[in-house]
Every structure is written in structure tokens, then in C-alpha cells.
Design a protein around this ligand. Structure first.
Ligand code: NDP
Length: 424
């Protein structure tokens, strides 16, 4: 590869997303507020977003005590250590703009097995009255605030450290505007020693805490009512499966747009460690204190929605991964060859809609909220996730249009639907 100057390799960002620096500023302070509000809004009387209710809850809840922050930092440190020392599968990343290919270690299933064994042994030792899970229930808002404070701290470190050394910057995070670049992330793949911060934050502290929060809510319901509802069990199983199954396929992360395109800044850090665990668990938070009974028919219908969504999500993602790795049989699929050498599938799942995998993911999000019945706030996830995926689709569309040019236009002609075949 020809030697490029620093400026050629890291050009200044001129195209802005999220309405530019103003939007980035509003999101940097607005999203943490949303997380905090969603943490305090559910009580035994259901969930309410009325300002008077939220203010009353804030008055009762300390922002963050040293004890809770210590526990949160311990959680982060233990997972970082596990990431470093637990052996795993070594995978080559995609080729970067500077011609480099990073190596990644994926040990998610082993880390989950260790965590599961620890939890199980604590459960047996305490006769299933786990103080750790009760701690999570009691201090949920403080733990969320700990994650918010940590997101700001990590993002500040990342922003400052991106100016030192010969760093490869994200094309979208080098605008020279401090608020915008802080939010979008300047450096593409920051690492501390062997710890890849982006993949670590994306896969460990937030996703695993999401599952732990769900378990803490089930545990609390069991302690309170002496039994657990089918509704909370369903949500916990669905979300737990989504997270654990995701770690089986985590090697696929090397080609995700988060890894290849986005810088690591507040948007990803906060999304990974704060927004995901503390708002995606809103349904079990509601159900922990509100016992919702479901009939067998309702259980069957909700499970059907989940299975449909997860099947579309997993089968379509696997099909694309298999095709990209050249593991499909000749003639099995139709595709278009692009000038970069990559191929775009035009049959199978990817012949139905250009982001059929997002559709599957969104369908399963309904199964997380439906067990909450008619209380509207837990449906936040369906709305938020829908907005996230529509926005993500438009970013990916812009990336592919720039990368593949005419061929992408031809691909869109052959596969005209974005999400739902014959509809949208
Ligand atoms: P995709 O897995 O859809 O990857 C998009 C990329 O795939 C494109 O940029 C292009 O990359 C390639 N591609 C697009 N169309 C084709 C085709 N027809 N044939 C071959 N390659 C194609 O997107 P994401 O990385 O955004 O998402 C991965 C999964 O993660 C999704 O299922 C999504 O739902 C899920 N997700 C979940 C989130 C959550 O919070 N739960 C958040 C974000 C994502 P290339 O340049 O390589 O050609």
C-alpha cells in the first residue's frame, strides 16, 4: 500500500449526522436523562412518565454512592480481566484503510460459562436468596448513574488519547468540532494493550448486565410474591437467549458497521454500557413489581412472535456470513459482483428485503413488551429499537451507495424493499 500522509489517511469529516454538533450535544446530555427517567419510572403502581412522578422518585433516590460506584467499577474490571486472560478463538478483522488487519479474540461463551457457574454456586450457597441480585434491584438507578458517569469518563479518555500517536480515525468522527467528535468517536479501534475497547464494551459489561438485571427482577418477584409469573420468565428467557446466542456468533462482529465504520466515542460507549442494560430491561423492571398473569394462548402467541423474529434475524445473518466466507455451494444463490470484488446477494433472505435481518430483530422486540400487557411504557423498546434500526438502515445505505456506486443502484432495483417484502 502506498504511504499516505496523515491528512490523506484521516480526512476531515464534512458530512454530519444527528443534525451535527447541536444534535450531538443534545443527545450527549439528553440520552443519560432518558436512561435515568426510565430507571425510576416503574413502581408497584405501574410505570408513569409524568414529571411529578419522576421528580418524586428522584427525591427518594441518591444519585450515586461510593459503595455502588465501587461495585460497578469492580464489575467492569473483572470483565476486562476475564476478556484478557480467558482463552478464545482468534479471528482476523477486515482490512482497514491503512492496509492493516487487526486480530480479535472471542471468548464470550467461556466468560458466560464462568459467570453462570459463579451465579449457580452463589444460588446454591444462599438457598436462592442472592444478595448480589437484590443489590442490583435495590440500586438499579444508582448503577445506571454509575454507568453514565463511566461513559463520560471513558469517552473523555478516548477523545484525548485519539490525539496522541499515529491513530487511524473514523471517517465520520474527525470534524474538528469537540462536541461532535466526542459523541461520534475519533479513533476507529482504540486498544489498551491487548484489550480491544470497542468489542469489549459492545459485548461484555452492558449485554451481560442486561441479563443480570433481568435475573435480579425475577429474583425480586420471587422474594416478594413467593412465585414467578410466566410473563417475567418469558421476557427473561427471550432476552437471555438473544444475548447468549449472540456470543456464539460474536466473531461476525468484525464486519459490523460499528466495528468497521464508527469511531469509539460517547455514542457507542454510552449505548453499550448504559442504554442497553438499563433500558432494554425495562420490561422485567416493570414485571418485578407488577404481577402480570398470561393465559396459555397468550404464552403461545407471544412465543410464536419471538420465534418468528429470532428465526428471521438469525437465518438471514447466518446466510450472509456464510456467503461472505465463501461457504455456500456454487449456484445456490444469485448475486451481483461489485467493482471492489465483494458480492451482493440477491436471492434467499437478502433477495426479499435489503435489511431483512433488522426486520427479524424488530419483530422479536415485540415479544419482549407484549408480556407487559396494556401498560404502555414497557413498549418503549419497540419504538426506540424501530427508530434505531431505521436510522441504522439509512447510514448503511449511504455507506453502500458510496462504496458500490452503480452496482448498489442495480442491487436496489433487484431488491426494492428495505424491511418488509412487498410492503416497505
Ligand atoms: P448488517 O449485518 O445488515 O450489515 C450491513 C452490511 O452487509 C453492509 O454494509 C454490506 O457490507 C453488507 N451487505 C448488505 N447487503 C448485502 C447483500 N445483499 N449481500 C452481501 N452483503 C451485503 O448490519 P449491522 O452490522 O448493522 O447489523 C447486524 C445485526 O445486528 C442485525 O441483525 C441487527 O439487527 C443487529 N443489531 C442489534 C442492535 C441491538 O441493539 N440489539 C443494534 C445494532 C444492530 P459490505 O461493505 O461488507 O458489503
Amino acid at each position: 500500500m502506498a504511504v499516505e500522509t496523515k491528512q490523506e489517511l484521516n480526512p476531515k469529516t464534512t458530512h454530519f449526522e444527528f443534525s451535527g454538533p447541536v444534535g450531538a450535544f443534545v443527545l450527549t446530555f439528553g440520552l443519560p436523562l432518558l436512561v435515568n427517567v426510565l430507571c425510576v419510572c416503574c413502581t408497584k403502581e405501574g410505570c408513569s412518565l409524568a414529571p411529578s412522578h419522576i421528580i418524586a422518585q428522584w427525591k427518594k433516590t441518591p444519585f450515586l454512592t461510593a459503595e455502588v460506584y465501587k461495585v460497578y467499577l469492580l464489575w467492569l474490571a473483572a470483565l476486562a480481566l476475564a476478556d484478557l486472560i480467558v482463552p478464545g478463538q482468534i479471528v482476523d478483522g477486515t482490512e482497514l484503510r491503512n492496509g492493516q488487519r487487526l486480530k480479535y479474540k472471542f471468548n464470550g461463551t467461556r466468560v458466560i460459562a464462568i459467570l453462570g457457574a459463579l451465579l449457580l454456586s452463589r444460588g446454591v450457597a444462599t438457598n436462592w436468596q442472592l444478595p448480589e441480585l437484590q443489590f442490583i434491584y435495590t440500586n438499579l438507578t444508582q448503577l445506571a448513574n454509575a454507568s453514565i458517569v463511566t461513559s463520560f469518563a471513558i469517552s473523555t479518555y478516548l477523545y484525548i488519547s485519539s490525539f496522541f500517536g499515529n491513530k487511524l480515525l473514523a471517517l465520520g468522527g474527525n470534524s474538528h468540532n469537540v462536541f461532535y467528535d466526542f459523541f461520534m468517536g475519533r479513533e476507529l479501534n482504540p486498544r489498551i494493550g491487548k484489550l480491544d475497547l470497542k468489542l469489549f464494551l459492545e459485548m461484555r459489561p452492558g449485554l451481560l448486565l442486561w441479563v443480570l438485571i433481568d435475573l435480579a427482577m425475577v429474583h425480586h418477584q420471587w422474594l416478594t410474591y413467593g412465585r414467578v409469573s410466566a410473563s417475567i420468565v418469558l421476557v427473561t428467557l427471550f432476552q437471555g437467549y438473544y444475548v447468549i446466542e449472540g456470543t456464539f456468533y460474536e466473531a461476525g462482529l468484525v464486519s459490523m458497521i460499528d466495528t468497521t465504520l464508527d469511531g469509539l466515542g460517547f455514542m457507542l460507549v454510552f449505548g453499550d454500557i448504559s442504554l442497553v442494560p438499563f433500558t432494554y430491561s425495562l420490561q422485567t423492571r416493570f414485571l418485578a413489581d407488577n404481577f402480570v398473569e398470561l393465559s396459555w394462548l397468550q404464552i403461545a402467541l407471544i412465543t410464536g412472535v419471538y420465534l418468528l423474529g429470532i428465526a428471521v434475524f438469525r437465518l438471514s445473518n447466518n446466510e450472509k456470513n456464510k456467503f461472505k466466507q465463501g461457504k455456500t455451494n456454487p449456484g445456490e444463490y444469485t448475486y451481483i459482483e461489485t467493482k471492489t470484488g465483494s458480492k451482493l446477494l440477491t436471492s434467499g433472505w437478502w433477495g426479499m428485503a435489503r435489511h431483512i435481518n433488522y426486520t427479524g430483530d424488530w419483530i422479536s422486540s415485540w415479544a419482549y413488551s407484549l408480556p407487559c400487557g396494556f401498560n404502555l411504557v414497557p413498549y418503549y423498546y419497540v419504538v426506540y429499537f424501530g427508530v434505531l434500526l431505521v436510522h441504522r438502515e439509512s447510514r448503511d445505505e449511504a455507506k453502500c451507495a458510496a462504496k458500490y456506486g452503480e452496482t448498489w443502484t442495480e442491487y436496489k432495483r433487484r431488491v426494492p424493499y428495505k424491511f418488509f417484502p412487498y410492503l416497505l
